[in-house]
Design a protein around this ligand. Sequence first.
Ligand code: C5P
Length: 228
Amino acid sequence: NHSRPLHGLHVLVTAGPTQEPLDPVRFLTNHSTGKMGYGFAHEAAALGATVTLISGPVSLPEPAEPNITTIHVTTARQMFEAVQQAYETADIIVMTAAVGDFRVSEVAGEKIKKAGRSSIQIELVANPDILAWVGAHKRTDGSQVLCGFAMETQNLIENAAKKLADKHCDMLVANNLRDAGAGFGTDTNVVTVLTPACGDTSTDQAPQQPNVEKWRKMGKTDLARQLL
Ligand code: C5P
């Protein structure tokens, strides 16, 4: 079908930040607004796909399209569980979420009190890397396409190439937080798109240099469509 080229495909998208609680009133998070991921969900739905959108806490309206199912999560571990439930039937998996790398090791049951203390120590422990997990568990026949994102402030291409290989992605979309019109909350993005040289992301063999394409500045919705 010409206007619905993704008809019959299941697209899984993660979007937004995660929130990691410290106590009943506080949390750790980041500046992600979910615009890029929600853009993917809307565009994939418009192109005919069945979409599962797994979203951290954002203030965007819940997609109204009948072919988008939105699952709301708060923490990285909840996002991981939701992805594990959904990934097997997904044909295209796009992980735009800015997942918290760390969570507080012991969440306080009551509000942490200042009580005259001039400093406190909070221990953080690593969260699961959801994208790496999917990369390690996706089908090996090439019928599942995995796209990761990387936001960097330095050494964009080197870091992105490493993520592409380490996390067995079929596409890695890199953006530099320092580029004008890129990053958190903006309606536009400036990305560099990396794909594996050999096309085989299922093995741990030393990666060849990836293909690297710098794209022009685009609206996030436009960008999602071009990437899809
Ligand atoms: O390594 P880094 O966090 O920069 O990788 C970014 C990519 O990995 C994004 O696609 C993000 O959604 C994904 N990611 C994830 N789970 C994590 C950390 C990152 O899925 N715990």
